[in-house]
Design a protein around this ligand. Structure first.
Ligand code: DI6
Ligand code: FE
Length: 414
């Protein structure tokens, strides 16, 4: 029996007539349980497993809920987004269709910097309202946890404002928000030609203030020829380490900069993108327990051709997570379910790997594996009910939303 249970524990909800995709690794694909029961109390799962093994003490629930044979999965987790920003980059999309490249636009002062300009102009309320519009479609398809990065402010005030907005989204909507400081995302125009001076600002002023106000759960950087060098990223990581914050990295998206190995040297939670990662980089990640976060939306939208090293990741046992990368420039994607399909069609993940990528492995990439990502006793009661015949359907179909119910911390929110 679950050790947290004692005679005084009252089961609030007992879900029956349910098929569970627990996503607990084991013999059954998807950790599936065909005739499942899910007992919930105090916002936590007390039992998730076969109905005929449900402990007697759990049968006397306040409410019994017949799901009508629905499949239940853990709440989905979008572990890499930049969904707080101002403006749009539709014009840039048009330029790219006329032949301009993502890098060329960035070098000409467009790209990320045009979003920086638009974001700096918005006050907190407007930024919150515009960002909420992008969060809501994720919630509608069963996302119960989302990571949100800063990095479109690139000055003290705007970076703090972005992170405050991200925190407020987590207070105002039924979703766990993990915030990430991405001050080293691009070089702001006022520092042109002085990238080391900008990194000084990040390390001496902005990041310490972010940490003091407890606005970030992690620190990220963009290690790329159009962004920051490994040496500069390392300075940011050193600062993060001194402040006790875990790190992650945008690594090897457009070229191999040795970012995966750098992330591993700092025991990063994750290294993200990874199209150009070498096997040595992957090996280093495996040794450090660093997860891979693959972002098929950015791969698709930038029409990349170099595939991430999925076979190396599998062979070395690196957990693979998936995310939308929701951002205005390289992945204006509003659907995490669509990423499941893209990861299978473009990257050749299996549907089971794809679902693990937005549940168990996404939780791990956020450092939340103890709380989220599987249907197991003692985890948060975050789960989704689906109108599907088998779990593979979540990756098989695209442009459909078969979500019929969402439970967040034990409460039905949809
Ligand atoms: N890599 C990305 O794909 C996003 N940021 C990053 O470092 C793109 C951000 C943008 O183009 O606005
Ligand atoms: Fe990103």
């Amino acid at each position: 029996m679950d050790p947290t249970f004692n005679a005084a524990t009252r089961i609030e909800d007992l879900y029956l007539n349910a098929r569970l995709a627990t996503m607990v690794p084991g013999d059954e694909p998807y950790g599936a349980v065909q005739d499942g029961a899910l007992a919930v109390s105090g916002g936590k799962i007390l039992y998730a497993g076969p109905r005929n093994r449900l402990p007697d003490a759990f049968r006397a629930a306040a409410r019994t809920r017949d799901t009508g044979g629905a499949w239940i999965t853990p709440g989905l987790i979008d572990c890499h987004t930049h969904l707080v920003y101002g403006g749009s980059r539709a014009k840039e999309f048009e330029l790219r269709l006329k032949g301009a490249t993502y890098e060329a636009i960035a070098r000409a002062g467009g790209g990320i910097l045009s979003t920086v300009k638009a974001t700096r102009e918005l006050n907190e309320e407007t930024l919150l309202e515009q960002s909420a519009r992008r969060l809501k479609p994720l919630l509608a398809e069963g996302v119960t946890a989302v990571e949100i990065k800063s990095g479109y402010g690139l000055d003290l005030e705007t970076e703090l404002r972005m992170l405050r907005v991200a925190r407020r989204l987590g207070e105002e909507y039924p979703v766990t928000v993990r915030t990430t400081f991405l001050g080293a995302h691009a070089l702001p125009p006022e520092y042109e030609g002085r990238s080391d001076a900008y990194i000084d600002l990040v390390c001496r002023e902005v990041l310490p203030r972010v940490a003091e106000e407890e606005l970030a759960d992690a620190v990220d950087g963009f290690c790329e020829t159009i962004a920051f060098t490994p040496v500069q990223v390392e300075r940011v990581f050193e600062t993060a380490r001194k402040l006790g914050l875990p790190v992650k990295l945008h690594a090897e998206q457009l070229s191999d900069q040795g970012g995966a190995a750098l992330a591993a040297r700092y025991s990063a939670l994750s290294a993200d993108h990874l199209e150009y990662a070498s096997e040595d980089g992957v090996r280093a990640m495996a040794g450090a327990g660093t997860s891979a976060v693959l972002l098929p939306g950015a791969f698709y939208f930038l029409r990349e051709t170099r595939l991430p090293p999925v076979d190396h990741l599998r062979r070395h046992g690196v957990p693979i997570a998936l995310a939308t990368d929701m951002n205005p420039g390289s992945s204006p994607a509003g659907s995490l379910l669509l990423m499941l399909n893209m990861a299978c069609t473009l990257f050749r993940l299996t549907p089971e790997e794809a679902l693990a990528g937005v549940t168990r492995n996404a939780a791990r990439a956020l450092g939340l594996a103890g709380r989220l990502g599987t249907l197991e006793a003692e985890k948060d009661a975050d789960f989704v009910l689906w109108d599907i015949e088998e779990p593979a359907e979540l990756a098989y179909r695209f442009g459909f939303n078969p979500c019929t119910g969402v439970v967040k911390a034990g409460a039905r929110v949809r």
